[in-house]
Structures are given as C-alpha cells and as structure tokens.
Design a protein around this ligand. Structure first.
Ligand code: NAD
Length: 290
C-alpha cells in the first residue's frame, strides 16, 4: 500500500518503520523534522496524504489532530482511509470522522495500548471505531503494527474504549500503591504483599504485570528509578479525557475524578512530571494521614 504517516514521535516513528520494513511505501511528515527508518521524508502533511491508500496520524492531542485533518482531507483520494492512532477526546474523533465522511474518505479512530515497547516490537493493541469497510482496509496494517485490533463500533468508540481502560488503570495503580504503603506501615514485607495479592482477589495488571514496588514482581519502571514507561503526565492526560467524556455523557465517576485530581497534584504541584505513573508509590509511602 501507499501510506502517509503524520507524527513521527516516540510512537509514530517505530510504527512507521515497521510498516516500511514489511514492504509498504511510507511517506512521513513531522513538524519537528523527525523521520524513521525506511520512510521517505516529505515537506508537508498534505504531501504525505496525497496519493495514499491509508494516512496514519500519531499526534499529541485532539486540537492538533483536528487541524491536521482539516489540512489533509482535501488532498486524500476518495475511498482512502484516515487512520488516527493518537489518544484524543471522543469529540475530536467524531468531528474528524464527520469531515472525512463529507469528503468520501474512510475514517477510523484507533488508539493503542502497549507503549513504546509495543510500538517498536509490533505488538500494540488497537481499539478501533469506524465502519467495517474502513476496518477491513486497515486490518493488514494493524497486523504489522500490533498483535490485536478490536473493532469496538462506530466512530469515537475506539477512543471511548481507550479512556475507559485507562481510567481503570489510573484507579487500580493508585489503589495498588496505597495498599503497598499501608502494608509497609503494618510491617508486612513487600514480597509477601506481592505474593498474596498477585494470586488473590486484589490482583490487577498494575500489581501483576507492572508492580509499582521495586525488587518484587516482574521487571517494571520501579526497578529503573521510575523512569517511564508510561509517564504520569500521560496518565493525567488520559484521566482528564475520561472526566471530560464523563461530564459530556453525565456519567458518575467518583474514583476516576479522585484519580485525576491525585495525578494532577502529583504532576503539576509536586515532582511527578517526567516520572513513571507507578511513582505514586514513593509519593504515598512518605506520607501520613495529615
Ligand atoms: P510524541 O510527542 O513523541 O510524538 C508526537 C509527534 O507529533 C511529535 O514528533 C511532534 O513533533 C508531532 N507533531 C505535532 N504536531 C504536528 C503537526 N501539526 N504535524 C505533524 N506532526 C506533528 O508523542 P508519542 O509518545 O509518540 O504519543 C503520540 C500519541 O500516542 C499521543 O496521543 C499519546 O497519548 C499516544 N500514546 C502514547 C503512548 C506512549 O507510551 N508514549 C502509549 C499509548 C498512546
């Protein structure tokens, strides 16, 4: 396929390189001038989009996505697919879908889970919203960039799935960190905590696969000085998107709200920016109730 790839950052660059390595012709554009192995660098987003069967965007936020989409859609061929893999608000995903549909361009919102390691290794999970036809066009590309693509429903449902998942992740990470900090004060060893909880009803991905306590459980950012991994700043971004969506949909999400406020404090008022989101444990372990 002819592929345009816009946004060659930490995630986009390895994803584009994997598509090129699999034999696709990839034209890439990034405002920062970055490129990726095997990708032909072009001077504008419109140039990347012209003549492409699929245009992939991997951008920081919904505002930038809307402006890039408004710029490129008129340059895309009818029947081509705009595949956005960024994490953005549901409203932006739906607005871009409307613009694309009006121009007879297919569109998918397909945010990912799996992080930089998943992007490099081609093992991402895609959560996809959009038409079955557009999904079928993009499926061979999902198979190269990832290990699983779930078609969640109409436009916006990929982003909806992503923010619901990450709201659970933010809440369970905080709960896991709270429990470790309490266990410390009750004199329980971290090894015992991990051994019990990881095989009991308190288990979760945060405990079992990404344990926030160094030296116990599988290797995780906790064993690497809490370097991300998945940065607390990005968790805050996703939690905010979940609360924005909850407000728009009039959904009661008290723990999602509390998690958003805690990560906001950590990132904006304390020293959490640039640390992994599991660094909530060293934050909590230092504190008392006051
Ligand atoms: P990043 O900041 O490394 O990359 C974004 C890239 O977009 C940058 O290189 C930037 O120069 C480029 N860009 C910005 N405006 C542009 C424009 N107008 N035209 C062209 N390029 C433009 O971010 P990332 O870590 O690659 O994340 C990208 C998206 O993936 C985000 O929405 C993020 O939330 C999501 N995500 C990231 C991770 C992760 O672990 N990093 C995991 C899952 C999802």
């Amino acid at each position: 396929m002819n592929i345009g790839f816009i946004g060659l950052g930490n995630m986009g660059a390895p994803m584009a390189a994997n598509l090129a390595a699999a034999g696709h012709a990839v034209k890439g554009f990034d405002v920062a001038g970055t490129t990726a192995e095997g990708v032909t660098q072009v001077a504008t987003a419109a140039e990347a989009a012209t003549g492409a069967d699929v245009v992939i965007t991997m951008l920081p936020n919904g505002e930038i996505l809307r402006s890039v989409a408004a710029d490129i859609i008129s340059h895309m061929s009818k029947g081509a697919v705009l595949l956005d893999c960024s994490t953005v608000d549901v409203g932006s995903a739906r607005a871009v879908a409307e613009l694309a549909s009006a121009a007879d361009v297919g569109v998918l919102d397909a945010p990912v889970s799996g992080g930089i390691g998943g992007a490099a290794g081609g093992t991402l999970t895609f959560m996809v919203g959009g038409s079955p036809e557009a999904f079928a066009t993009a499926k061979p590309l999902f198979d190269i960039m990832g290990q699983k693509a779930v078609h969640c429903g109409a436009s916006g449902s990929g982003q909806a799935a992503k923010i619901c998942n990450n709201m659970i992740l933010g809440v369970t990470m905080i709960a896991t960190c709270e429990a470790f900090a309490l266990a410390d004060k009750l004199g329980l060893s971290r090894e015992a905590m991990f051994d019990v909880v990881s095989t009991s009803s308190g288990y979760s991905w945060s405990m079992n696969a990404y344990c926030p306590a160094p030296g116990v459980g599988p290797q995780s950012p906790a064993d690497n000085g809490y370097l991300p991994g998945f940065a607390a700043d990005l968790m805050l971004k996703d939690l905010r998107l979940s609360q924005q969506a909850a407000e728009a949909a009039d959904a009661d999400t008290p723990l999602g709200q509390a998690a958003t406020e805690l990560y906001r404090t950590f990132v904006e008022d304390e020293d959490g920016s640039g640390k992994d989101f599991s660094a909530m444990l060293p934050r909590l372990e230092k504190r008392g109730r006051g």
